[in-house]
Design a binder for this molecule. Structure first.
Ligand SMILES: *Cc1c(COP(=O)(O)O)cnc(C)c1O
Length: 297
């Protein structure tokens, strides 16, 4: 059996756990968290889901090298580097950044054997031209963030692992692949469940078209475009305090780019009475907790 098929066919450990914060009692809701972050330390959370069928496909096509793109703090780059190493592929990543950035995420990429190619912001925009520079017959190309139909397929499998009923499911939304997959999966396994995507970037209106293109006609999902706290990667003392308090109270680490924004959005919606009392809510911990470390030098 191929290494990728073997790696991604192993049973997934992403349990649904009760998640208790005082604010949830006050709002009279019960909240659970699906620990996608526990699937793998480096092929974390939704990145594992999104890479699953892509890497199996790459192996079937007898590709030898993965080529992809990401920002300097990209969870996707680290996940591709680690998954490539697990599955016997070489990997190359174009990194966006005007001067050569150095940080713990890129250091991990290199440690897993990824070749990093640094390009300035203008050059980075023309991904087609960059791809042409490095592609060979044995290269499998993954877009920035890794969203495509196979990624949506992988994320749809999350729903089938949830065997209690939830009124609402919440997840972070960056490129829309995870939200599309959740909508697709829950439409089959629990059509009454409403799936909420929290856009973590400003001007996320385009995400609606992306999700619709993958799951045309589905009405079980919605996007929240005003919970990004100033834009992608933007943080605040309030957000960091929430991460620290939640970590100390529950032992679960969120990150400021994705998962903490979801928690903060949920707390705001509860406070504003936008969610019915008595609701049962599932939060998806999509991983990426390593990103929190960028707050510390
Ligand atoms: C990449 C990422 C997301 C965004 O997923 P999309 O499918 O791109 O919307 C959410 N959470 C975490 C932790 C991520 O690393």
């Amino acid at each position: 059996m191929g290494k990728a098929i073997d790696f991604f066919s192993q049973p997934v450990h992403a349990p649904v756990q009760e998640f208790q914060l005082p604010a949830f009692d006050q709002a009279d809701v019960s909240v659970w968290i699906k620990r996608e972050d526990l699937i793998h330390p480096f092929v974390s959370g939704n990145k594992w889901r999104k890479l699953k069928y892509n890497l199996m496909e790459a192996e079937t096509q007898e590709k030898r090298s993965l080529l992809t793109f990401g920002g300097a703090y990209s969870n996707h780059l680290v996940a591709v580097a680690a998954a490539a190493a697990c599955c016997g592929f070489m990997s190359k990543g174009f990194v966006r950044g005007d001067e050569k950035p150095r940080n713990h995420m890129l250091y991990l990429c290199e440690t897993f054997g990824m070749e990093l190619i640094y390009v300035d912001r203008t050059t980075y925009k023309d991904k087609e031209a960059l791809t042409q520079q490095k592609i060979t017959e044995t290269t499998y190309v993954l877009d920035e963030g890794g969203t495509n139909a196979l990624a949506v397929e992988g994320c749809a499998e999350i729903a089938a692992e949830v065997n209690q009923h939830f009124d609402h499911v919440f997840a972070a939304c960056g490129t829309g692949g995870t939200l599309a997959g959740l909508a697709k999966g829950f439409a089959t396994s629990a059509p009454q469940t409403q799936v909420h995507g929290i856009a973590v970037l400003k001007n996320g209106g385009f995400l609606k078209e992306v999700v619709e293109s993958f799951v045309p006609g589905l009405l079980n999902w919605q996007l929240h475009l005003n919970e990004h706290k100033g834009g992608y990667g933007k943080t605040s003392p309030e957000l960091l305090r929430l991460i620290q308090e939640t970590a100390a109270d529950t032992g679960i680490l969120f990150d400021q780019v994705y998962t903490a924004k979801v928690l903060m959005a949920l707390l705001r919606m509860l406070d504003a009475g936008e969610i019915n009392r008595g609701s049962k809510i599932l939060l998806l911990h999509t991983g990426g907790a390593l990103g929190y470390l960028s707050q510390h030098g």
